[in-house]
Design a protein around this ligand. Structure first.
Ligand code: ADP
Ligand code: MG
Length: 279
C-alpha cells in the first residue's frame, strides 16, 4: 500500500555542498504491517518518514499510498513524534478531540470518540488533566490517542519512546502492540534501538548512513503478543547488531577522525544501547 520507489533526497545547504540524505531507496509496506526503520543517528530515518508523511518532497523517485502520490500530508496518515507536541493550554480530552474539531465533528460526538481513544491508552482518569500534570509516558499515550482519534490508515512514529525511561518504554511497547493488533493499522516506526525494533515489528529494515540506504531486511517471525524472552527475538538482535557494527564504526570514525582505531577502541554495544544521539 505504501510504495517507495527509487527515492533520492538531497538537501540544499547554504554555502556548502548539497547533502544527499537518501540515495535510491525503494521499499513497499504492506497494509496492516508493522515496519521499523533502524539505523544510527543521521542515516535518514526521519527524512524517509517525513517524505511518507508528505512533510518533505523528493525530486527524484516516487512515494505512493494506494497509488496516490504522497506529496502533501493527508488524513490517511498521522505522525507521532518524540516530542509529544500536545497543546499545553488544552486538557487531554481537548487535545485528543482537537483534530476532530478541525474536521467539524460536533462536540458530543468528538468528545465520545476522543474518550474512546483516551481509554484505549489507559488515560481514562486523566482526561481533564493538562499536559504539565502528566508524566512523559502519559504525554506520549495522549499523543497516540490523539493520532488514533483521527482514525488514519497509517501511523508514522518517529522515535516516539526515545525520551522515556526503560520501564515506561516497555509498558508502551505492550500498549502499542495491543493497539496495532486490535486496529490493524499500518505502522511505520523509526527507532535507533535494536530491541525496540525487534520487539514491535513484523519487519526491520536496517539503514546505512552517508548516504542513507536500506542495508538489510530482517523478518521477525516470532509469535504475538511478543514475549521478550523469545529466543527468536534474541537471535535476531544479535544478527542485527552484526549488520550495524560497520555502520557504527563509520559514524564513530567520522566523529573522531584519525584518532579512532577499532583495535584499540572496540565498539561495545548491547541491544538496548542507542545507536548515536537522539533524533
Ligand atoms: P535520522 O532521523 O536517521 O537521525 P535525518 O533523516 O534526520 O536522520 O537526517 C539525515 C541527514 O540529513 C542528516 O545528516 C541531517 O543532518 C540531514 N538533514 C536532515 N534534514 C535536513 C535539512 N532540512 N537540511 C539539511 N540537512 C538535513
Ligand atoms: Mg530522526
Amino acid at each position: 500500500m505504501i510504495d517507495i520507489n527509487q527515492v533520492t533526497k538531497t538537501f540544499q545547504q547554504r554555502g556548502r555542498e548539497n547533502y544527499k540524505a537518501l540515495d535510491d531507496v525503494s521499499l513497499t509496506i504492506k497494509e496492516g504491517e508493522f515496519l521499523s526503520l533502524l539505523g544510527p543517528s543521521g542515516c535518514g530515518k526521519s527524512t524517509l518518514l517525513n517524505l511518507v508523511a508528505g512533510l518533505e518532497q523528493a525530486k527524484q523517485g516516487t512515494i505512493q499510498i494506494h497509488g496516490t502520490p504522497a506529496r502533501t500530508p493527508g488524513p490517511d496518515r498521522v505522525v507521532v513524534f518524540q516530542e509529544h507536541a500536545l497543546f499545553p493550554w488544552l486538557s487531554v480530552l481537548d487535545n485528543v478531540a482537537f483534530g476532530l474539531k478541525q474536521r467539524g465533528v460536533p462536540r458530543k460526538e468528538r468528545e465520545a470518540l476522543a474518550m474512546e481513544q483516551i481509554k484505549a491508552v489507559h488515560l481514562g482518569k486523566f482526561a481533564d488533566r493538562y499536559p504539565h500534570e502528566l508524566s512523559g509516558g502519559m504525554k506520549q499515550r495522549a499523543a497516540i490517542a490523539r493520532a488514533l482519534a483521527m482514525d488514519p490508515q497509517i501511523l508514522l512514529m518517529d522515535e516516539p519512546f526515545a525520551a522515556l525511561d526503560e520501564q515506561t518504554r516497555l509498558i508502551l511497547h505492550k500498549d502499542l502492540e495491543e493497539i496495532w493488533m486490535r486496529t490493524g493499522k499500518t505502522i511505520l516506526f523509526v527507532t535507533h534501538n535494536i530491541r525496540e525494533a525487534v520487539t514491535l515489528s513484523d519487519r526491520v529494515l536496517v539503514m546505512s548512513t552517508r548516504p542513507g540506504k536500506i542495508k538489510k531486511e530482517f523478518l521477525v517471525q516470532a509469535a504475538r503478543p511478543r514475549d521478550k524472552a523469545d529466543s527468536i527475538l534474541m537471535h535476531l538482535e544479535n544478527q542485527i547488531m552484526e549488520a550495524l557494527a560497520d555502520e557504527l564504526e563509520k559514524v564513530v570514525k567520522e566523529e573522531m577522525g584519525d584518532e579512532y582505531s577499532l583495535k584499540t577502541n572496540p565498539v561495545h554495544h548491547s541491544a538496548t544501547d542507542s545507536l548515536g544521539g537522539g533524533i
